[in-house]
Ligand binder design. Structure first.
Ligand code: G1P
Length: 306
């Protein structure tokens, strides 16, 4: 058995140091990652996803004004005591849930120098092990266990593994994009090249990177040498491009898992609204009341009723 197949992946890295400028003024003093999707902060869904894939050690990369993230994954004694005194078991369980989910650690990214730099801040905590990186702007439906599949692919091939999704040509330039070749496995491809946010007409394919990665520890060494790229920021995509050109034993190769499941984007306001509506509609406690209202609301709008 190859050495990499024996090493279990137990750590997840969640970059959450972005400024969240697309959601101002809400994100002036509140981290974007704490915005609720219905009644749970977006970042909790991401941590739950990591835990569901067996990753119980979660490192969150934070920055200024992010203290509420730490509070959220910590105990809240006063609140818990108040709920216990009222014998409100249901809410007490909800409050405790996030503090009991995982071993959550934090490191601060001193300056906003891009996603690659944020991931590099995890180097010391992660050490010489592969780890998963989960970006909060993408939420993956728990019914479609993508991360488990990515970990399997890493155990089989070594190197790094990206989650890829096919989008329409006009969407590609918003993402990192991969040039790919097929493998024997229908949902697994070899990544031969990567471009961060390619200008229209220059995209190598319509397969974009969604925010899930399993990275070989060699990525840290490459990130240290990676110059600022697109937008003047150190890009994770650029470091993975270097690894995609390397063979096994040198930190490569890079594979992609073609994801055809349910992904929710919370990156901008319209995507965020769509996600909230979909989650609310799917909830057993809310959907039956919310959906008839939504239908009526839309019908009224179409009839020109305000
Ligand atoms: C980041 C990555 C990009 C990836 C995207 C997925 O971009 O740099 O390659 O496709 O996440 O959400 P950002 O959304 O931070 O601009």
């Amino acid at each position: 058995m190859a050495d990499f197949a024996r090493r279990n992946i137990i750590k997840a890295v969640v970059p959450a140091a972005g400024l969240g400028t697309r959601f101002l003024p809400a994100t002036k003093a509140t981290p974007k990652e704490m915005l609720p999707v219905v009644d749970k902060p977006a970042i909790q869904y991401v941590v739950e996803e990591a835990v569901a894939a067996g990753l119980h050690d979660v490192l969150i990369i934070t920055g200024r004004s992010k203290r509420s993230i730490e509070d959220h994954f910590d105990r809240a004694y006063e609140l818990e005591e108040a709920l216990a005194a009222k014998d409100d078991k249901e809410r007490l369980a909800l409050v405790r849930e996030s503090s009991e989910l995982a071993y959550v650690h934090y490191v601060r990214q001193g300056e906003p120098r891009g996603l690659g730099h944020a991931v590099l801040c995890a180097a010391q905590h992660v050490g010489d092990e592969p780890c998963a990186v989960l970006l909060g702007d993408d939420m993956i439906d728990p019914r479609d266990p993508l991360l488990n599949r990515m970990i399997e692919v890493r155990q089989r091939h070594g190197g790094s593994v990206l989650a890829l999704m096919e989008v329409s040509p006009d969407e590609v330039s918003r993402y990192g994009c991969a040039a790919i070749t097929p493998t024997d496995d229908g949902d697994v491809v070899r990544v031969t090249d990567l471009v961060e946010k390619p200008p229209r007409g220059e995209e190598p394919s319509r397969w974009i990177i969604i925010g899930r990665y399993v990275v070989d520890p060699a990525v840290f060494g490459v990130l240290r040498e990676t110059p600022p790229g697109r937008g003047g920021e150190i890009q994770l995509t650029d470091a993975l491009k270097v690894l995609a050109e390397r063979g096994p034993g040198e930190g490569g190769p890079v594979h992609g898992v073609l994801f055809r499941g349910r992904r929710y984007d919370t990156g901008d306001k319209v995507d965020y609204l769509r996600t909230v509506v979909q989650f609310a509609s799917d909830r057993e406690d809310l959907g039956p009341e919310f959906l008839p209202w939504l239908r009526e609301f839309l019908a009224d709008r179409e009839d020109g009723v305000r």
